[in-house]
Design a protein around this ligand. Structure first.
Ligand SMILES: Cc1ncc(COP(=O)(O)O)c(C=O)c1O
Length: 494
């Protein structure tokens, strides 16, 4: 007699799924509840980690699910760097909203392929709503379209190619770069994130196509130099096609003068792109409206829910004022696709909006967090992160052995300056670099670095809803304590 169920080694029975699932949830909830009591990092070397992991070869036969889950849980919860720790202020990686973990579990269980509407009817509708909400959140027209991607690099790449299609010579799609004689050029400030270099290399323009515009004393793109550079290029027969403005630069958090750049784009018929991967969620805060004036004019915006909206990795977003530009760039219709429209409204197939065909359900964790927290909840959280960063700056400014260097949005830069060593730049750069290396492995706090006005600085970026004023006070004490120790050591070695 044939049975309807196939016996396989991959299925997990309902009872076993529940048992191991509940155990996993127990471990995760304990982990989250006690995260502040753990070291930020164990500081284990790659070699030590490899030893802990073991050098098992590819399994030939299967093992029990509960054993696998229990081993993976132990490895990850006990040997990871915890960016959810209240004293993690490194790079721009947020503490992840716990609802995101539940969202990812649900998303993976249903496993919709959000490349085509027919394969993911509800998930596609949720992604569409999420994108509309993100646009509303930052204050641009909810009529603009977009797509969720893996992060900031991809969000910027996705927009870069849309800009190129929109502004390139007519037959660009057929002739490619051969049609442009290498003349297409673009503009961005010196502080722009490295994605721009990857983009021009990967997409065939070469690094010479970038016009790096100097920044002023305020670290913003110098718009006079920008205009002069565009004029020179036009005189020399070049074809300017886009300006990249930054809303929250990766090192110091500065927002370019967006309204002025928007006007320049209009004047010279250039695509206006804003890299707001880190900073643009702060546009939700009413008192920062002036800082973000001009974002409504952008042709495209990159923003990263996995940064300041506290979504677990990975999720970025490209917003485009006119979504047709994405379709013009990415749409193709292979014969083996049957994703045609079945009713009056054309179906929304996200494979036509970006790089991927098969796509996961990234939207769910963002959609859920936006509902759990709400606009006013986010205003509160982001405002607090900024206030904590200002507090960090103030504490550094008041301390005789610290130099507070910059503070913008939620990024503070500072350095340790032993008494009598002010102005000794070479020594201070060496000392602070070594200090950062000590801090990054000791497990009490995690900061990263920035080089600002040629000063090697410690950099704290607070996209962390768990950080408190007490954490900041303790971080200042740790920096000074370790700075003193290191300075004494260096002086003794000298
Ligand atoms: C301004 C800016 N743009 C782009 C990126 C790249 O984002 P991702 O690392 O998610 O690719 C970053 C990362 O920190 C950033 O700060």
């Amino acid at each position: 007699m044939t049975t309807s169920k196939r016996e396989t080694s991959i299925e997990i029975s309902k009872e076993e799924f529940k048992k191991t699932g509940y155990q996993l949830i127990d471990s995760i909830s304990d982990f989250i509840d006690t995260i502040d009591t753990k070291p930020v990092t164990t500081g284990e070397s790659p070699k030590e980690i490899q030893t802990i992991l073991g050098i098992d070869s590819l399994p030939e036969t299967g093992a029990s699910v509960s054993e696998i889950i229990s081993k993976a849980t132990g490895l990850l919860l006990n040997h990871s760097l915890l960016n959810g720790h209240p004293k993690f202020l490194g790079y721009i990686t947020s503490s992840a909203a716990p609802i995101g973990a539940l969202a990812d579990l649900l998303a993976a269980s249903v496993n919709p392929n959000v490349g085509a509407n027919i394969l993911s009817p509800m998930a596609t509708a949720i992604e569409k709503q999420t994108i509309k909400w993100l646009a509303e959140f930052i204050g641009v027209s909810p009529a603009c379209g977009g797509i969720l991607v893996s992060g900031g690099n991809m969000a910027n790449f996705t927009a870069f190619l849309a800009a190129r299609t929109a502004k390139a010579p007519k037959n660009f799609k057929e002739d490619g770069l051969a049609n442009t004689d290498g003349d297409m050029v673009l503009y961005c400030s010196k502080t722009t994130h490295t994605w721009i270099e990857k983009a021009v290399v990967l997409f065939g323009h070469g690094t010479k196509s970038i016009r790096w515009i100097a920044t002023g004393a305020d670290n913003k793109m110098n718009n006079e130099i920008l205009v002069q550079t565009i004029k020179n290029d036009l005189q020399n027969g070049k074809k300017p096609f886009m300006i990249v403005a930054t809303a929250g630069d990766v090192s110091t958090g500065v927002v370019d003068d967006l309204a002025a750049i928007a006007a320049i784009c209009k004047n010279y018929d250039l695509w206006f792109h804003i890299d707001g991967a880190y900073g643009i969620p702060a546009a939700v805060i009413p008192e920062l409206n002036t800082m973000f004036e001009g974002i409504q004019e952008a042709d495209s915006i990159a923003l990263d829910p996995h940064k300041w909206l506290y979504a677990p990795l990975e999720v970025g977003c490209t917003l485009v004022k006119n979504p047709q530009h994405l379709i013009d760039t990415y749409s193709s219709h292979p014969v083996y696709y049957n994703f045609s429209t079945t009713d009056d409204e054309p179906s929304l197939n996200y494979y036509e909006y970006g790089f991927q065909n098969s796509r996961g359900f990234r939207a769910l964790k963002v959609w859920m967090a936006l509902q759990q927290i709400g606009r006013s909840g986010y205003i509160h959280l982001i405002r607090e992160d900024i206030a904590l960063s200002e507090f960090f700056y103030e504490e550094a400014r008041k301390h005789p052995e610290l130099e507070a260097v910059t503070q913008n949005l939620s990024i503070t830069t500072l350095r340790y300056v032993p008494s009598g060593f002010a102005g000794n730049e070479n020594y201070l750069n060496t000392l602070n670099e070594k200090l950062l290396n000590v801090l990054q492995t000791a497990g009490e706090v995690f900061l990263s670095n920035a080089v600002v006005f040629d000063k090697y600085c410690l950099r704290g970026c607070i996209v962390n809803f768990r950080t408190s004023r007490k954490d900041i006070e303790e971080i200042v004490e740790i920096i000074v304590r370790e700075g003193r120790k290191l300075h004494e050591q260096l002086q003794a070695d000298f």
